[in-house]
Design a protein. Structure first.
Length: 335
């Protein structure tokens, strides 16, 4: 505001000097036509006053934000990724260990319909399958547009292996894609009028919460030193302390052993471990841990398990994909 006053004062003083000079000039005799044209081109008091009013109006509009001084940034398309784990076996049921070409498609119907999105994992990007198990991050090669997720109550994943037809039935995805949708807020959608007074404080404005589900069925059989049950990835997580809570359902087959352990791993840190001997035929576990001094950015959460004797036969989730027996991870970051 001081700079605006100084500018107006300077313009006013200039106008006063100009008016005094005009009075002195009016007393002289101008004999040449050139002098007459020059005098006509000089600004009149009305023009100067109009200019002052325009400048003052622009300065006021800029100060209150009514006049944008920068062009708005172009809005981008929000995208996300979905972690998916599956199992491949040959016609005799033997687990495959190889690198295979696979195509993944998202549909909004269980059968038929046109794919909403497609990603090809072929050639150098082929899927590595080890002992029948594979993990892919859907959307890492071909980003999943936000429009694919928005407006669809259910999404189904179709998988094609090599030159075979698409596998049936399609896999109905849980809340993972919709967790991605929850993490993307269009620019300008949260305005001051939508935030209650005192609702956001300096101590809480960086806290973020994330949720993701995995409803796939996984079996750990025999002597397995380490195996990934689920993998979740979250991007743009704020720095600070991170708390991770994982709930999962597991069980053992009748007559089998269940000696081993289940744990979560957050960016290489193993904060919580539960022995699998607490599993009965069906049991729900809760794992939780804390990661301090997280630098911010990408956060990866693993749910892993191991067995200690060859007689082990542990299962996680339901073979029919029932979400009630799946695994859910909740992350609270920026504490």
């Amino acid at each position: 505001m001081n700079e605006q006053k100084s500018l107006l004062t300077h313009l006013s003083e200039t106008f006063d000097r100009y008016r005094a000079e005009r009075r002195a000039t009016a007393q002289e005799q101008l004999s040449s036509r050139h002098s007459g044209w020059l005098r006509a081109l000089l600004p009149t008091p009305g023009n100067v006053l109009f200019t002052l009013l325009v400048v003052a109006g622009l300065l006021w509009a800029s100060s209150v934000g009514a006049l944008p001084l920068r062009a708005p940034a172009a809005a981008g398309t929000s995208t996300g990724t979905i972690a998916y784990q599956g199992r491949l076996a040959d016609a005799d049921g033997n687990p495959i260990t190889n690198t295979v070409n696979m195509i993944f498609r998202l549909y909004d119907v269980a059968t038929g319909g046109m794919p909403l999105w497609e990603e090809q994992w072929t050639g150098s990007n082929g899927v590595k399958v080890s002992d029948g198990l594979f993990n892919v991050m859907l959307g890492s090669l071909t980003p999943i547009p936000q429009s694919v997720i928005t407006g669809h109550d259910s999404l189904f994943l179709g998988i094609t292996v090599g030159t075979d037809d698409e596998m049936t039935p399609r896999v109905q995805l849980g809340t993972v894609p919709f967790a991605v949708q929850a993490l993307t807020v269009p620019d300008g959608s949260v305005t001051t009028a939508k935030i209650a007074d005192g609702a956001v404080t300096s101590a809480k404005h960086t806290i973020s919460t994330y949720h993701a589900d995995d409803n796939t069925f996984v079996r750990v059989q025999g002597l397995v030193p380490e195996m990934t049950i689920s993998q979740f990835q979250f991007d743009n997580v704020p720095a600070g302390e991170v708390v991770v809570i994982a709930t999962l359902t597991g069980g053992i087959e009748t007559g089998a052993s269940n000696r081993g352990a289940v744990w979560i791993e957050v960016n290489g840190v193993r904060p919580d471990t539960v022995p699998t001997h607490i599993l009965l035929y069906e049991a729900q576990l809760t794992l939780h841990g804390r990661l301090q001094n997280f630098p911010g950015g990408r956060l990866t959460v693993f749910i892993k398990a191991l067995t200690e004797i060859p007689e082990s036969n542990i299962k996680f989730g339901a073979e029919n994909g029932d979400h009630r027996f799946g695994r859910r991870v909740t992350v609270v970051a920026g504490l």
